[in-house]
Ligand binder design. Structure first.
Ligand SMILES: Cc1cc2nc3c(=O)[nH]c(=O)nc-3n(C[C@H](O)[C@H](O)[C@H](O)COP(=O)(O)O)c2cc1C
Ligand code: SF4
Length: 687
């Protein structure tokens, strides 16, 4: 299909200093849990982005010196020449597809705990790292430290050029870098020419940009990533205050402005807390101050929104981290007139959890993310079918839909039977909850693809039995029947059913989602620790039921630290008037009171409650598997060669894990790994 002419503007080349980007799609820096430790995986992932049409593909934070060691987090490194080959792999992979490679040089200052290098952290003034409880403080930098830092930065820029980068970033963003700490009056309490007035606080940033231009500016563009708003009122940098003054002071100095909001949680806001384009109000002034090209972000997945950003003079480049993760081929799809095929980011931040857990990046929408090298998975090219296998998939939730999509793309004949009339399983259910509407994109993308496949049949309203499956006679049976929440309270804190949880006034999450009402006060017992407990508390409270969230965790939705949402979730509950009780286990319920036990002391107390919603753990819907696996002769007689249980019905997990399970089956069902590791590994060199 030819490209929609409305989108032509997105494909205009744009000059950035001495280099030219072939279009306006700019993959801004994003970490990925591979970094310096898994350079081949990292290079392959960035290469796919370039192949997908991004004009600029950036690294993540790249540490410039051992005193900027953010271990245990795995970012890029350019400490010395030994780090050049790993990054050269990446620039080669990017250049192969005609894109520009950008490197984000970072000195994290006090945010680098230097746990690996054991260097002493540095800051404008002596201070403890506000972002962690690591019991090490940063020392205030003397003049010679500033000279050292400038030299390290310059050397790293020279190394970056040798590694093949076309754009070199100076980074003053996210409150995670020394140049930004110098800008922030709350961290910079110096009395010399680098502290006090704004002109003084900007001095180091100006010098770094000048140094970088002087070192590599003839060949490489020099970009500045700058956070124009911290959402801290007068305590922080404000877009209509000092940020504007700073942009005015440095307006024409960098070759490109990459502007966003800080901190990282404000920048990478999830769909639960912000809509597409949420940064516009804060960044739009920048283009009125500088003539240099401006890149900005805001979970852009709609080409119409992108065009609007450019036509209205907000941005020159469409910056994207998450949209490029969910769909590395987003630009190519728009270019080819296939915008309907874009796999839109759902804004869940599972990708961020890779960084937080120091493991290769993963994505709910794009199961190939992070697997490009180690499994050889490509997001668009799939191996064609190798035999005449036919498939019956039972269950059209995220696992079943993805499995059907990929098997269908491979050319197999697929039937997918869903008990309900609606498709999507848990994502359809959960997307009806407050703030989770975008999660329906997991279903919509796949159903949209399946509708066009003549080799895939969707059977709605088909609740099948073991006998039905045997009679159907597909060669391979895939069970993707999902899971259900337990009602008995068994989870992490309680390994045995909780006394009183068999009463009618105890509800499961499904009950609440299906609209069952309950009397208040209601206790939401969250022993799951991800998003659902707090989302249900929000729903109930908003419906006028007085709600108390009780958790054995030391935080509300404790795991959402890994998706950058935890503080926002707690804040929202407090603002809605939900009472929050931490560090307490629920041990009994008598219909009018809940017995709580302190997780540290075991001391019990009573809490008045008329009903309970129990969000503890799930049970796999494995009855079909139990039935079929006990009848090998009947299966063989029907010509069924395999019955495989995948996704939540094997072991309940995240939606990302469910999609991955469906994808993996569709690629690997015929592979025999035996005892071998199922993916390639990058091993340390000995010697
Ligand atoms: C997984 C992930 C890792 C990120 N790592 C970095 C990083 O290393 N350096 C940086 O400046 N920004 C980083 N960011 C922030 C993004 O560059 C971007 O500003 C933000 O996610 C908003 O853009 P988006 O809505 O297109 O994702 C990261 C974002 C994500 C989602
Ligand atoms: S993990 Fe979620 S937020 Fe991250 S890119 Fe994928 S869909 Fe978007």
């Amino acid at each position: 299909m030819p490209r929609d002419a409305r989108y032509d503007i997105l494909f205009e080349p744009i000059r950035i200093g001495p280099v030219t980007a072939k279009n306006r799609f700019f993959q801004v820096p994003h970490c990925n849990g591979m970094g310096h430790a898994r350079p081949q995986g990292h290079a392959a992932m960035r290469g796919i982005k370039a192949e997908g049409g991004w004009a600029v593909v950036s690294t993540e934070e790249v540490e410039i010196h051992p005193s900027s060691d953010v271990a245990p987090y795995v970012e890029g490194r350019l400490w010395d020449d030994l780090d050049i080959p790993a990054l050269a792999l990446m620039t080669q992979a990017i250049h192969r597809h005609g894109a520009l490679a950008a490197v984000e040089l970072v000195h994290a200052g006090m945010n680098a705990s230097n746990l690996y290098s054991r260097e002493v952290p540095m800051a404008p003034s002596p201070i403890a790292n506000p972002a962690s409880y690591v019991p090490i403080q940063a020392r205030g930098m003397g003049k010679s430290d500033i000279r050292d830092f400038r030299r390290w930065h310059r050397s790293a820029a020279l190394r970056a050029r040798r590694a093949g980068f076309d754009i070199v970033y100076v980074y003053a963003g996210h409150s995670l870098s020394l140049p930004m700490h110098f800008l922030q009056s709350r961290y910079n309490q110096r009395t010399d020419e680098y502290g006090g007035s704004l002109v003084n606080r900007v001095r180091l940033l100006r010098e770094l940009i000048e140094d970088t231009k002087d070192a590599v500016g003839g060949d490489c563009a020099v970009a500045l990533r700058f956070a124009v708003e911290e959402h801290l009122g007068t305590e922080g940098i404000q877009h209509d205050g000092e940020a504007r003054d700073i942009v005015e002071m440095l307006a024409e100095l960098p070759d490109l402005w990459d502007v966003n909001v800080s901190d990282w949680a404000n920048d990478s806001k999830t769909s639960r807390f912000a809509q597409e384009g949420y940064q516009e109000d804060f960044i739009r002034f920048v283009k009125t101050v500088t003539t240099k090209p401006v890149v900005g972000v805001g979970r852009f997945t709609s080409p119409d929104t992108m065009v609007s950003q450019i036509r209205r003079g907000v941005l020159d480049f469409i910056g994207a981290a998450r949209p490029s993760i969910a769909d590395p081929f987003l630009p190519r799809k728009i270019e080819a007139g296939d915008a309907d095929d874009i796999r839109e980011c759902i804004g869940c931040n599972i990708c961020v959890s890779g960084d937080y857990t120091m493991t290769p990046i993963r994505c709910t929408q794009n199961p190939t993310m992070g697997e490009e090298w180690r499994k050889g998975w490509h997001p668009e090219n799939v191996p064609p079918r190798t035999g005449d296998d036919t498939f019956l998939i039972v269950g059209a939730g995220p696992t079943g839909l993805e499995c059907a999509r990929l098997l269908g793309r491979r050319g197999y004949t697929v039937h997918i039977a869903e008990a309900l009339e609606s498709l999507g399983g848990r994502v359809t259910q959960e997307s009806a909850l407050p703030g989770l509407a975008a999660w329906a994109r997991v279903r919509d993308y796949r159903v949209n693809q399946l509708k066009r496949m003549h080799n895939v049949e969707i059977l709605r309203g088909s609740r099948v039995t073991g006998n039905d499956i045997i009679e159907f006679g597909a060669k391979r049976v895939v069970l993707a029947t999902g899971a259900r929440w337990r009602k008995d309270g068994v989870g992490r804190a309680n390994t045995r059913p909780i006394t009183g949880f068999d009463m009618g006034s105890v509800l499961t999450p499904e009950d609440v989602i299906e609209g069952r009402t309950c009397k208040g006060p209601v206790v939401v017992f969250d022993d799951d620790h991800y998003y659902l407990g707090a989302v249900l508390a929000e729903k109930l409270q908003c419906a006028g039921t007085s709600t108390i969230l009780v958790t054995p965790g030391d935080k509300v939705s404790a795991w959402t630290v890994n998706t950058l949402e935890q503080p926002a979730i707690h804040r929202r509950l407090v603002e809605l008037g939900v009472q929050v009780i931490l560090n307490q286990n629920v041990v009994a319920f008598d219909g009018s009171r809940v017995a709580l036990a302190c997780v540290y002391t075991g001391q019990e107390s009573a809490l008045p409650a008329a009903s309970i919603v129990t969000v503890t753990s799930r049970l796999p819907n494995d009855a079909l598997y139990e039935d079929l696996s006990g009848r090998p002769d009947a299966l063989a007689a029907a010509g069924i060669v395999s019955v495989t249980s995948i996704g939540d019905c094997l072991a309940p997990g995240t939606i990302a894990a469910a999609v991955y399970a469906g994808h993996r089956y569709a690629r690997e069902f015929a592979l025999e790994h035996g005892d071998e590791v199922a993916f390639r590994r990058e091993l340390p060199t000995i010697g």
